[in-house]
Each structure stands twice: as C-alpha cells, then as structure tokens.
Design a protein around this ligand. Structure first.
Ligand code: PLP
Length: 450
C-alpha cells in the first residue's frame, strides 16, 4: 500500500528540513555527545524523530518551545506525565512554597492524608501508599502480591508495558514465554518469573491461572502501549471472576488509562480490583505515583508493616512519599484531572479521532484510530483484538516519517506512540492543525497530492 521508495525519499527531505530548522538544537546535541551517553540523559530520548533530539526551552499549557524559538502543539505531553498541561500556575506555586519549606525529611507531611483520601474517593479502594514512579509502584505491588499469596509468578498481557519492571518484559512466542525484544540484561529468565496471556481471551486466562502458581495479574484495563486495544464486552468481568476463583490478586494499572476520567477505567467501568496503581500525571509533572488496595488486602499487610525489618522489605525508598511529591499530588488532584477538565479534553480527542478517521477513509487505508477518554492513537491495521496482532502492524519507518513530518510542521507526538493526548489547554484549532498536517502527510505518501 505504501510505496517504500517514496517513503524513503520523503523521509530524507524531512531530515534535511529538520536540520535547517534547528541549528541551536544541533549545537546542544553536539555538546551533549560525549558527556552524555549517546548524547542524551535517558535512553528513550534517542527515539525522537530527526537526526538529533530537540532541546526544549519552555513547556507551558499545551505548547512547547524549543531553543530555536519554534513552537509546537504538544500532543505528547511528556508521554502522559504532563496530561494536565504543562507548568500550571497553581501547581507551580504550591511546588515553589514547598521547596522553600522543606522537600524531603522521611516524615509524613500535611498533604499525605489528603492525597490518599482523594485517591480513595476517585478509585474506590480505601488504603494508599506512594511511590516516585509508576514503575516503582508496580514493583512494590508485585512484592506484596507474592508475599500475600505465597506464589512465585506474576501474570501480564502479551505486549503490555508497565514500566521498567523486570518480570513484565516478557512476551509469548507460541506457547513459550520469552524476553521482549530489546529487553537488556534480564535479571532472571522471564519464563520462570512470568505467565504471559493474550488480551481478550478469557479461556486462556482461566487455563493458565488454574495451574495455581500465579500470585497476581497486573493489567491495564485497555492496553495503551501497543496502540489502544480495548477490552471486548464482558471480558473485564470475566477477568475478575477468573482471578477471584483462582485466588489471584487483580492489579489494575491506571497510569495511562487515567485518560478515561477522574478515577480512570476503574471508576468509569465500575471495576473491582484488589490493587490500583497510578502514576505519571498525578504529580502535575513532579515524580509521583500511588498504589491503593482494598481493606481486605490492607488488613493482611498490617502485620509486615509493624515489623522492625520493614525498611528492608523491598518496598519504599528514601525519597519515596517526599513532601514535594505529595504537595504536587494535592495541588494537581485538587485543581486538575477532575470531571470538568475531562469534559473539555475528551471532546478534543473525539474531534481528533474523527479527523484522522476521515483521512484514513479518504485514502482507503486499512488503518484505524482508537480513542479512550482524552487519549487517541492511530495504528496501521484494523482494530486488533490483542497485543500480538497490534505488534504485528508496527511499521517503524512509516511511524518515524509521520512523526518527523508532524514535528517539522509544529506538532509533537510521543516517539514510540502514534498517540495524541489532550488536556483542557488544547484547542479545536490545535486538533484541526494536526488533521491538516496528517492529511498532507498521507497525501504525500500515497502520491494523491503534489
Ligand atoms: C501502564 C503503565 N504503567 C507504568 C508505567 C511506568 O511509568 P514510569 O515510566 O513513569 O515509571 C508506564 C509508562 O509508560 C505505563 O504506560
């Protein structure tokens, strides 16, 4: 369908345009090459389109400006970390006050209880703890789950992503559990630590959990990290029934699916998990995450919490639940990510979805665009049922071109997602700019416009 020679030529033109547009970013990138491994402070930043990463100057609301003075509509929003929009004044003021009055003491601060009560109200589980990232929160919950059940293995979905949690970097190869391609220096053979399941297949879940060695199922209620794969009707009810019947704890990771509303899919779809994990956006950009649990789980954990060895239990950390994180969570959740903000952001995502779907249909492409709340993503296949079907449609060169084309025309997309995330700071004009730019890219690719 896509002419690969044409794609390669167009990509070369866009690379040249990118280099011309960003002389100052080029200087920063050159200076970084040496002091920083691969010229970046974090490995994923090598994935940005263009032959070097942009260096950003400011990010405010839904706009990002780079060191060359170019402005972008930010549809990446820090890959969900800035889902509220960037640099919100009320969050900035609260953070600045806290910075002047003490950031980290290892004591509870005056915001901890407020934050826990608000999370309980939103997600419906009563007892909460904090972490600095969703990765950490997931790691801690997996430990609790193994402790509580006395079972060694965890279960995840094929092609899931839950952060840099060793046991979760596993996929299915036929019936075998193997490391996910790209996973570096696995700490243990994932075939020993992990059961991997196809999404939307209740029978496979039932069969695997019946073996009795799985402590917990860690899941997103809709997969969001291999495009968006929605659960089929009745599937999540079946998951709850099957996990409960086999004594397997159900952990719902709402880190991305918070896009569905103030209490994520757990509230929107009336789910009934044993643990909820949420990270990224809840700190308004400051590192913060949280995990909540039912009263039944909390009651069982009171014993270990009272032990003198709790500081070496493998849960928590020196800066975990520091006062700055919790102030940021309170300032964010008291003023953002509420129903009134979703009421603005979700219609923008609907408009995006409609615009992209029209372009796809106009060009007769076998692609689709999927939406969950204020998040939307296009993918190069019809709607897949599971992660493996979605993974089979990954097209790196096509994705890299579309991202670079968009970047060169003032739109920032997350490098490893074809995702657009909307905050109340975005406008209809932002959406329409993307639709126009996306339409022009597809026209250029398919040769249907000059
Ligand atoms: C569903 C989910 N859980 C957890 C994480 C980990 O978040 P972090 O990288 O902030 O630790 C991610 C990151 O993308 C995620 O998508």
């Amino acid at each position: 369908m896509i002419d690969r020679d044409r794609l390669a030529t167009l990509h070369r033109d866009e690379e040249a345009r990118f280099t011309d547009l960003h002389p100052r970013s080029a200087v920063y990138a050159k200076d970084a090459d040496g002091p920083l491994l691969a010229g970046v402070p974090m490995p994923w930043m090598t994935r940005w389109p263009g032959s070097f990463p942009l260096t950003f100057d400011t990010a405010v609301g839904a706009r990002l400006t780079d060191v060359d003075g170019l402005e972008y509509v930010d549809l990446c929003l820090g890959d969900t970390g800035a889902m509220t929009g960037h640099a919100l004044p009320q969050v900035a003021d609260a953070i600045a006050d806290r910075a002047r009055t003490g950031i980290t003491t290892m004591l509870p601060s005056t915001d901890s209880t407020w934050a826990a009560e608000e999370l309980a109200r939103r997600f419906g589980v009563p007892s909460w703890q904090f972490a600095l990232s969703a990765t950490d929160a997931n790691r801690f919950v997996l430990r609790y789950a193994r402790h509580l059940t006395g079972r060694p293995r965890i279960a995840v979905y094929d092609w899931c992503y839950h952060g840099t949690v060793d046991e979760t970097f596993a996929i299915l190869d036929g019936d075998r559990v193997v490391p996910r391609p790209g996973s570096m220096g696995p700490q243990a053979d994932v075939a020993i630590t992990t059961a991997v399941l196809p999404f939307n297949d209740a029978d496979a879940l039932d069969r695997r959990l019946a073996e009795g060695d799985v402590a917990c199922l860690l899941m997103e209620p809709a997969l969001t990290n291999i495009g968006i794969v929605l659960p089929e009707p009745g599937y999540l009810d079946a998951v709850r029934e099957i996990t409960r019947r086999h004594g397997v704890l159900l952990i719902i990771d709402e880190t991305h699916t918070l896009c569905a509303g103030p209490g994520g899919c757990t509230a929107a779809w009336d789910l009934d998990p044993d643990f909820v994990v949420v990270g990224k956006a809840i700190g308004g950009g400051v590192p913060a995450a949280a995990y909540g649990m039912t009263q039944a789980v909390a009651d069982q954990l009171m014993g270990p919490m009272a032990l003198p060895e709790i500081d070496v239990a493998g849960v928590g950390g020196t800066l975990t639940a520091n006062a700055l994180s919790l102030t940021a969570v309170r300032a964010t959740l008291s003023t953002c990510l509420r129903q009134e903000e979703f009421d603005v952001a979700i219609p923008l995502a609907e408009r995006f979805t409609e615009g992209v779907a029209n372009v796809i249909a106009d060009h007769g492409l076998p692609w689709h665009v999927q939406r969950l709340g204020c998040r939307a993503e296009y993918w190069f296949c019809p709607p897949p049922r599971d992660g493996a079907a979605a993974a089979a449609a990954v097209d790196e060169p096509l994705e890299a071109f579309l991202h670079l084309w968009a970047l060169n025309r003032g739109i920032l997309l997350t490098p490893f997602h074809n995702m657009a995330l909307f905050s109340p700071q975005h406008t209809k004009e932002d959406v329409d700019l993307h639709t126009e730019v996306f339409g022009a890219a597809i026209a250029a690719l398919t040769g249907s416009a000059g």
